[in-house]
Design a protein around this ligand. Structure first.
Ligand code: SF4
Length: 271
């Protein structure tokens, strides 16, 4: 039996099923009246797809349930984050920011308001790699950044602890567990893997098998020094993507982890 988590729109809620779900909606006011309220243990998280929407109905609904605020246009939408700060009183809330031109300002606003951030990476162009490098500098060197910016935080820690974890896990896109239900009810793999034929895989294949046979099967991935932190993530959906820029970012995170370890090793041990 599989234990998939389904990311589905509110109007596709299956009745009587037992699967775990991530519910996405543009209408938070509809959630408290939805059938999932009767089975809260099935709900892993809610994704709010419109920052224009009034999230007030969620403030006291299912306290503790993780909420993601999903941005579409970060350069235009970042001022809308202010209206959603009351959610932080009752929920773990994270802002999903697509790596599109102008996203740096959205990241700064989110962390200033105490929101953790998950970058929605895509396959960034050289111009966006420059903006990512600026965000990484901000994350590494600004003492005011008190919230995690993913994927930077988890990959930095994985270098520091020498315990690799791949971007499929860090960015919540692990195909071992996650399935996507489109607005028309059709199911598929999630995100960048939608449409990929994986019928040759065993139903319960672990992430290591996925990596070996699908995710990181590209020749460049097999020889990549960051294979175990990336997992072939940036070769999807277009396998000819040039990874030079993202490798530079991995290298900076690796250097930062080395520096952190050196600093901590040199620090005096307190009694
Ligand atoms: S950085 Fe590029 S080449 Fe290296 S594992 Fe990731 S996708 Fe593959």
């Amino acid at each position: 039996m599989n234990e998939w988590i389904y990311n589905l729109p509110l109007h596709c809620l299956p009745s009587g099923s037992t699967e775990q779900i991530i519910v996405r909606t543009c209408e938070p006011a509809a959630l408290p009246a939805a059938s999932i309220t009767q089975a809260p243990e099935r709900v892993v998280a809610v994704q709010l797809l419109s920052l224009q929407a009034d999230s007030e109905p969620l403030n006291a609904w299912m306290p503790g349930l993780p909420v993601e605020l999903v941005m579409a246009d970060p350069a235009a939408e970042f001022p809308l984050l202010y209206r959603h700060t009351p959610l932080l009183d009752q929920h773990p809330v994270r802002v999903v920011i697509p790596v599109r031109s102008g996203f740096y300002k959205a990241v700064k606003t989110a962390v200033a308001l105490d929101f953790p951030v998950r970058l929605d990476m895509g396959q960034p162009s050289p111009v966006l790699i420059e903006e990512l490098e600026a965000v990484l500098e901000f994350y590494l060197h600004q003492s005011t950044v008190a919230q995690p910016i993913e994927y930077f935080q988890s990959i930095l820690l994985s270098f520091y602890h020498q315990a690799p974890v791949s971007l499929w896990v860090v960015l919540d896109e692990n195909p071992q567990w996650l399935r996507y239900v489109a607005d028309d009810g059709k199911g598929s793999l999630y995100g960048r893997l939608a449409g990929v034929n994986t019928t040759f895989l065993e139903t319960n294949a672990g992430l290591d098998i996925w990596m070996e046979q699908v995710l990181a099967a590209h020749e460049q991935c097999r020889n990549c020094e960051f294979l175990h932190h990336c997992g072939g993530y940036f070769k999807w959906p277009y396998p000819d993507y040039d990874c030079a820029g993202v490798k530079r970012l991995f290298g900076k995170l690796q250097d930062a982890a080395t520096e952190l370890r050196r600093d901590l090793d040199a620090a005096p041990v307190s009694e």
